[in-house]
Write a protein that binds this ligand. Structure first.
Ligand SMILES: [Zn+2]
Ligand SMILES: [Zn+2]
Length: 145
C-alpha cells in the first residue's frame, strides 16, 4: 500500500486494497492465508506526521500444533502506524503491514482449546476418539517422550 503524501487531505482519507498474501510473503511453516488479504486504512496528517489506522482481514489456514490437523480461522486485526514525513513525498506501508500481521500470528496454534493431540504410540488423532493406549501407563513403563 503506497500513499503520496500530497494526496492526503486535511480531513484524512480512506484507502482500501486487496493484497495477495503470496506477494507479502506471509506464510509460516504451519500457517498461510488462503484468501487475499483485504486492507483498509484511514490516513490522517498533522504537519510532518501521518497516522494510519489499519484493518487487515483474510482467511488463515493453520496446522494445529498438537494434532497436526489443518483448520481455518477468519483473521481480522486492527493496528495503528505513524510516520515521520520530513523529507518524504510518499509512504510505502507494505513492509509495516506485513510485520504487524505476522506479529498477530498465534505462537502455538491449537484447533481448539482442549485439543487432545495425537496418541504417542499409534499416532491416532485423539479428538476423533480413543485408541485404547494410555499415556499414563507408558510413563510407568519408562517410554515417556
Ligand atoms: Zn488440534
Ligand atoms: Zn494409540
Amino acid at each position: 500500500m503506497k500513499i503520496k503524501i500530497n494526496d492526503i487531505p486535511k480531513d484524512g482519507m480512506e484507502l482500501s486494497e486487496s493484497q495477495d498474501a503470496g506477494a507479502l510473503d506471509l506464510a509460516r511453516d504451519d500457517l498461510r492465508f488462503v484468501s487475499p488479504i483485504s486492507i483498509s486504512a484511514f490516513i490522517t496528517r498533522d504537519k510532518d506526521e501521518a497516522y494510519v489506522r489499519l484493518t487487515a482481514k483474510g482467511k488463515l489456514e493453520i496446522t494445529c500444533a498438537r494434532c497436526l490437523s489443518p483448520y481455518s480461522i477468519d483473521f481480522k486485526r486492527d493496528f495503528d502506524l505513524s510516520y515521520d514525513l520530513k523529507g518524504k513525498t510518499s509512504l510505502d506501508l507494505t513492509e509495516d503491514i506485513r510485520q504487524e500481521i505476522i506479529l498477530e500470528y498465534p505462537l502455538k496454534p491449537l484447533c481448539r482449546q482442549d485439543c487432545k493431540g495425537l496418541c504417542q504410540v499409534c499416532g491416532k488423532n485423539l479428538n476423533e476418539g480413543s485408541c485404547g493406549h494410555k499415556p499414563d501407563t507408558l510413563k510407568w513403563n519408562g517410554i515417556e517422550r
